[in-house]
Unconditional design. Structure first.
Lengths: 106, 160
């Protein structure tokens, strides 16, 4: 159930600064809530997000319970050559999802 | 007759006291996930800066001053930087005062980012001050803060 939404421009000119938008479907349970019987609902969040371009890390984020459910992250990069962006989300309880997007640079 | 009356009243009072104590208990539980304090935020900031001086400026924090729903608050942090291989923003850190945890996010960039700007959505458990700190490639730290009023807080302590 890869539920990632990625927005990367399909084409860009060499040297353009492009915006990359990502959204991963996830509950982001904070670990601070509890049931009526007082049992704490265990934390279940995404802790790390990484974006690599052609294997090289270009952006990384540490996430906390303070990140809203379905984490949305957007950032920028310089389009220098055609290639593939790889996205990776890692979280509690062995959560691991990947996605990728390609760009053509003219 | 008189004695029995007193004893009933005593019993009633004892019972009432017990109920009151039970009534207090859930209140205590709901308070127990202690919120972060400005001191905790200062500690979290020190962990990032290593005690280095933090200057004000260069960083811009875009967050609505009045938020209706603290469960999802859009936030954009941008830093004035040429983003060249010799002068760029290494990382952006966002902190809060009153959530259960002082950290909101750490974002690591590089000279290849082109523009030092990130956007995300955060949870805010109360009206509070948000602080964004940027670490530059020369090792200096720059910060900005913003006050946010939250009408409906994020459900950090809600019973479900």
């Amino acid at each position: 159930m890869a539920a990632a939404l990625i927005n990367v421009p399909k084409k860009a000119k060499n040297g353009d600064v492009i915006e990359i938008k990502t959204l991963m479907s996830h509950i982001m349970e904070t670990g601070f809530r509890h049931t009526t019987s007082g049992v704490v609902i265990p934390r279940d969040i995404i802790t790390s997000f990484t974006c690599r371009f052609e294997g090289e890390e270009i952006f990384r984020a540490d996430l906390f319970p303070g990140t809203a459910a379905n984490p949305f992250i957007s950032f920028f990069t310089v389009a220098s050559k055609s290639g593939k962006f790889d996205f990776e989300w890692i979280g509690d309880n062995g959560f691991s999802e990947t996605a990728s997007a390609s760009i053509t640079v003219e | 007759m008189q004695r029995r009356d007193t004893s009933t009243r005593r019993r009633f009072l004892k019972l009432a006291g017990g109920t009151a104590a039970i009534g207090v208990l859930p209140a205590m539980i709901s308070v127990s996930p202690a919120e972060a304090t400005p001191e905790m935020m200062a500690t979290a900031i020190r962990t990032v800066t290593g005690g280095a001086p933090v200057q004000t400026g260069k960083v811009k924090l875009d967050i609505p001053p009045l938020v209706e729903n603290g469960n999802s608050v859009p936030m954009t942090v941008s830093v004035t930087s040429p983003m060249t291989p010799t002068d760029y923003v290494k990382s952006i850190h966002v902190f809060n005062e009153k959530n259960p945890q002082p950290n909101l996010g750490n974002f690591y960039l590089g000279p290849r980012a082109g523009r030092a700007q990130i956007s995300t959505r955060v949870r805010l458990a109360d009206s509070q001050k948000i602080v964004a700190i940027a670490k530059l490639s020369d090792g200096s730290f720059w910060s900005v803060s913003a006050d946010v009023v939250v009408t409906l807080a994020a459900c950090t302590e809600e019973v479900i």
